[in-house]
Design a protein around this ligand. Structure first.
Ligand SMILES: Cc1cc2nc3c(=O)[nH]c(=O)nc-3n(C[C@H](O)[C@H](O)[C@H](O)COP(=O)(O)OP(=O)(O)OC[C@H]3O[C@@H](n4cnc5c(N)ncnc54)[C@H](O)[C@@H]3O)c2cc1C
Length: 290
């Protein structure tokens, strides 16, 4: 492991100052990606700034803006949070399947986002819940829609000196639900061959879809919204046939590669199947049968 300096600030102001230091500065949330990247020389650092001791980066609560997930909150805390399980079920799904319990106790949702792997499991749910990233930097904070946060594999809009402070997820309306499924060849400790999150808001009286969000992992250079599938669903009467149409439309948003985990064709088929399954889970969670 190459040498680097280490700092563990306890205030946001101190964190911002440290993150703006000269040289290569990297934030550490849980370190489950970063430490391995440093060990294997895939990343370098002059200074590593540990975010875990800053109270604002550990917040996990809701107010009129929605759910706030501080950048250092670990997956276990999110997975077991009662509000997440009640209103952001897809996020409860994904935070409960990252790595192992030990990894979930360490790894942050914010770290999963900032690592910007196309396969990151929490990101599709955050996209379907229309999360906003609050970015802190030397000149204060700026908000970026999470859909605009990713630039390429491992690349985000974060500029030198900036760090993710928190994610804010608007409060979902009544009669809505979300779900996340991924396909991996074994039961755990693997990277998604494909992952899909869906969000549905239904009018229970008319059974029409008020809002639909579908997002995909591992089938493009960045996590992507499946906008064609959303367009198929919105404003329509929910039915098994409509869900099949949405599954087929979601494939249009996938631009997968063929690699050791699966062929592009296989991944496209997974997107179709997982979209249908996650939409059906949303319906079950809302309590609507089709
Ligand atoms: C055994 C194992 C199994 C895994 N399984 C899965 C899995 O099933 N699904 C999955 O998606 N991932 C998996 N991962 C990858 C990893 O655990 C996740 O991506 C995790 O969420 C990363 O979070 P972290 O807090 O550890 O990030 P860190 O390692 O601390 O950070 C990751 C990257 O983001 C940057 N960063 C972190 N926080 C901030 C911030 N606030 N602002 C700016 N930059 C920041 C860091 O500098 C680093 O470049 C696995 C890893 C291991 C070791």
């Amino acid at each position: 492991m190459p040498n680097f300096d280490y700092a563990a600030p306890t205030t946001l102001a101190e964190t911002a100052e440290l993150m703006s230091s000269t040289g290569t500065v990297r934030a550490l949330a849980g370190g489950t990606d970063l430490i391995d990247q440093l060990k294997t020389n895939r990343r370098n650092a002059d200074l590593v700034v540990d975010l875990k001791r800053v109270p604002e980066l550990q917040r996990l609560d809701a107010d009129s803006d929605g759910l706030h997930i501080g950048a250092a909150v670990c997956c276990s805390d999110v997975h077991h949070n009662p509000l997440v399980n009640e209103k952001y079920q897809g996020l409860a799904d994904s935070t409960g399947l990252i790595g192992s319990v030990q990894i979930q106790n360490r790894a942050a949702v914010g770290g999963n986002v900032c690592n910007a792997a196309p396969s990151a499991d929490t990101t599709p749910n955050l996209l379907t819940h229309e999360a906003v990233a609050v970015i802190a930097g030397p000149n204060g904070t700026r908000n970026v829609e999470l859909a605009d946060f990713f630039v390429g594999p491992g690349q985000t809009v974060l500029q030198a000196g900036e760090f993710l402070q928190e994610l804010i997820l608007p409060t979902p309306p009544e009669n809505s639900a979300s779900a996340y499924l991924r396909f991996i060849p074994r039961n755990e400790m693997d990277i998604a061959v494909a992952g899909v999150s869906s969000f549905l808001h239904l009018d229970p009286a008319t059974r029409t879809v008020q809002k639909a969000r579908v997002a995909l992992a591992s089938v493009a250079p960045t996590p992507v919204r499946a906008r064609a599938a959303e367009a198929v669903l919105e404003g329509q009467l929910i039915s098994a046939d409509l869900i099949s149409q949405a599954g087929a439309a979601a494939v249009e948003s996938a631009t997968p590669i063929t690699d050791v985990r699966g062929s592009a064709e296989y991944r496209r088929e997974l997107v179709n199947v997982l979209t249908r399954r996650t939409l059906n889970i949303c319906l079950e969670r809302i309590g609507v049968e089709v």
